[in-house]
Design a protein around this ligand. Structure first.
Ligand code: FES
Length: 150
């Protein structure tokens, strides 16, 4: 099996995996970073969202062989102590219900705010449209993103 050098949360790892292995399984099974969740496995729900060089990607559908030198950030690496403005806003507004999708929601929101410091409703809806929440926490998510943007 081939080996890949990947940088995750500013740490370098060497992982052995088939070239088509989704990044999600490398994170969860090889690196024990279980904050990133499996939802659909077909790039439709956003539960597995992580950052690649700051951009939100679906790790369930991103092969480990395509990472190259890119820097991957997971929910564990977004901040050292949960102090990222998006995480703080999530707590302030009690966004999570069951919580399962929320790591992906937070990663998408953080990527949005990194490229657009004060998004309007339309920009928020567009950026978050690929992140589904079966509990329907959408209005709290939007409020929290606006708080984090202040
Ligand atoms: Fe990756 Fe649903 S688990 S988008």
């Amino acid at each position: 099996m081939p080996t890949y050098n990947v940088t995750v949360n500013n740490q370098k790892y060497e992982v052995e995996a088939d070239q088509d292995t989704p990044l999600l399984w490398v994170l969860r099974d090889e690196l024990n970073l279980s904050g990133t969740k499996f939802g659909c496995g077909i790039a439709q729900c956003g539960a597995c969202t992580v950052h690649m060089n700051g951009n939100a990607i679906r790790s369930c559908s991103f092969p480990v062989s395509a990472i190259g030198d890119a820097k991957i950030t997971t929910i564990e690496g977004l901040s050292e102590d949960g102090s990222h403005p998006v995480q703080q806003a999530w707590l302030e507004h009690d966004v999570a219900q069951c919580g399962y999708c929320q790591a992906g929601q937070i990663m998408s929101a953080a990527a949005l705010l990194a490229r657009n410091a004060s998004p309007d409703d339309e920009a928020i809806e567009e950026a978050m449209s690929g992140n589904l929440c079966r509990c329907g926490t959408y209005s709290r998510i939007k409020t929290a993103i606006k708080t984090a943007a202040k």
